[in-house]
Design a protein around this ligand. Sequence first.
Ligand code: MF3
Ligand code: CO
Ligand code: CO
Length: 253
Amino acid sequence: MITIKTPEEIEKMRATSRLAAETLRMIESHVKPGTTTDTLNDICHQFIVDNGAYPSPLNYRGFPKSICTSVNQQVCHGIPGDRVLRGGDIINVDITTTLDGFHGDTSKTLFVGKPTPKGSKIVRVAKECLDLGIRVLRPGGHIGDIGDVIERHAKKNRCSVVREYCGHGIGRQFHEEPSVLHYGIPGSGAEIRPGMTFTIEPMINLGKAPIKHMPDKWTVVTKDHSLSAQFEHTILITETGYEVLTDLDGEYV
Ligand code: MF3
Ligand code: CO
Ligand code: CO
């Protein structure tokens, strides 16, 4: 069942999504060579708790940390640990907060120090894929419209879309219906309606699409060890279009 949020629920979605976005903005300046992913985790955890919220990943299906940190060929769900960031790395930091019973979810792939040409390319294409997926949104459209524009843009750039993980409805539950695939056929899938809240979060690989899991059972990596990047926003569908709830900069207004 796809939940349509009430005006009161929408206010709570705005608040939790804003906090997730503020956490992501806060951690950016800490991403630099020599820092460990555990340090990023601990700073985010403290910030979220200090703001009266809970880091949704912590203990979610047994996940052991408060944020996900996925470096280089890691696609998603990287577990923060003692890994030391190095110049030229790319790192996706994925933040999900629970505030007043509602989840807000956003992520971004950041450069550590000076970007490499390959890092720059995959980060650019992944961000463009998210932006295209957002800009196609309209009430009366279909969820399949999103995957269609994303997949075509990735292919045009000779990159590939990870197929095993998708965006998702979000609200009182971390992951709700609908599944928002990042590939697909225009006009297919559920109709997009005002009051829906969901994420778009394409994982784009510089090489081929297949992925595998690391022995820790969480970290997803590209099978061909190519770089992977991801960006994620939580979005509300409105009567006239959309509102990007995790956009602090007015980038989509
Ligand atoms: N934040 C991720 C998403 O975008 C989910 C992380 S689940 C976790 O859906 F357990 F790995 F934290
Ligand atoms: Co998500
Ligand atoms: Co996320």
